[in-house]
Design a protein around this ligand. Structure first.
Ligand code: PLP
Length: 224
């Protein structure tokens, strides 16, 4: 079996310039994250607050932690000191709460707006209509001095049908462009499209992904 270092090299060698890898380390022990860190990896993704908060102090401070899971409101405060980017903002209420908690500890936090484009109802995120309405109402840009909205994030349907996946990534890209030309037209920060996982990242890159979130293809299967 290939090592974590070899997996990382294999994936990053295929990424075009300007596309960054978020190594999704959920359910993997700190020693494996350390191995990835020693191979040069600096962006890590976790989907549970407790796990991220437990791992962060055991690893070097220059790691940038991306939170990619559903974020419960009562966990925002706990996450805030450790996280660089909250990729999974799925409501205006959550955005406002992140503003409040970031302000409380006097920091700025980067976030992405999660869009729901997959067929599975279980996945979270703004619907396309919801995000465009929120944009129109100024709710994504006004009164958020401690929040930097840096783009959008999405997951495609869990399917082997790569044409379906491509249609979904295309919808994400078009919505990203609408927002960028709309309420974020004066933002220097709104530049990121986070999409693509182990099984579909080449499609995501084709549709303009700037961040790919890859777990299994780097660390191997998760032991739940
Ligand atoms: C787990 C997870 C990933 C990575 O999935 P793999 O298929 O293991 O690459 C990416 N994004 C999110 C939001 C995840 O929860």
């Amino acid at each position: 079996m290939a090592s974590i270092k070899e997996n990382l090299e294999h994936v990053t060698a295929q990424l075009p310039k300007g596309v960054q890898l978020v190594a999704v380390s959920k359910f993997h022990p700190v020693e494996e994250l350390r191995e990835a860190y020693d191979a040069g990896q600096r962006l890590f993704g976790e989907n549970r607050v407790q796990e991220l908060v437990a791992k962060a102090p055991q690893l070097p401070e220059n790691i940038r932690w991306h939170f990619i899971g559903h974020l419960q409101k009562n966990k925002v405060r706990m996450l805030m000191p450790h996280v660089s980017v909250i990729e999974s903002v799925d409501s205006v209420k959550l955005l406002q709460l992140i503003e409040k908690e970031a302000s409380r500890i006097d920091r700025t936090v980067e976030v992405l707006l999660q869009l729901h484009v997959a067929q599975e109802e279980t996945k979270s995120g703004f619907s396309i209509d919801e995000v465009l309405e929120a944009a129109e109402a100024g709710e994504l840009t006004e009164n958020l001095p401690h929040v930097r909205v840096c783009g959008v994030m999405a997951m495609a349907s869990l399917t082997d049908d790569m044409e379906q996946v491509a249609r979904e990534f295309d919808l994400v890209r078009r919505t990203y462009c609408t927002l960028k030309d709309g309420c974020f037209d004066e933002s220097p920060y709104f530049n990121h499209l986070s999409m693509g996982m182990s099984d579909d990242w080449p499609v995501a890159v084709k549709y303009g992904a700037t961040l790919v979130r890859i777990g299994t293809a780097v660390f191997g299967p998760r032991k739940y």
